[in-house]
Design a binder for this molecule. Sequence first.
Ligand SMILES: [Zn+2]
Length: 229
Amino acid sequence: MLRNDRYYTFKAAEYAYTYSIRTYSTYIHSNLLIEGIRKKVASLERSGWKILFSWVKAHAGTYGNELADRLAKEAARSEGTNYEFTRIPKSTLYQEAEEETRQKWQRERTTSHKAAATKHYFPTVRDRLRTKINLTPKMTAVLTGHGMTRAYLQRFHLSEKATCSCGHENQTMDHLLFHCTNTSIQREILKQQISPWPASKQDLISKYQKEFSAFVESIDFELLLQSAQ
Ligand SMILES: [Zn+2]
């Protein structure tokens, strides 16, 4: 029985890891399984077992493996694997999972060239998580740099040219926000509320979010996309 138990535990971990590590709750689940295995291995070793990990051909009629498969599938289906919750406060698990997720997000973000625009507003994932923000369609476009400008649409061949209707330069999000003569009236209002101007993007979203949001919402991006020239 001890042997079957051992197989079962390893197989369950394998299934949990392979099929369900992607989501939050199952992340916690698989962590619990792995913790369970770690304890099981330690306890078996204390009682004289030597534990080896090895590959076993699946569906080849190996008794222990077939049994492990079946038990692992049952285990994966059942909701009753949260026994560890009785010993570790749930809040701790969520905190650990959150911290791990945040670190993973940060690692991916640091090494990725994506989200370049967003990084100027939120240099770190922690900054983003700390900032409460009303994500309207316009604010989303501003923060991501995706959509609502000719430069963006031209990249996807949805606009004939990238040049702004003011005629000065390509209509990028930065151009519309900080340089375009078409938005200078709105920008003047913003400038009067912020000193010193220009503020960094990080400050615009953290210290001056109310003013910056009002500025962003006052811009008619649709009109600027369409107007002649
Ligand atoms: Zn312009």
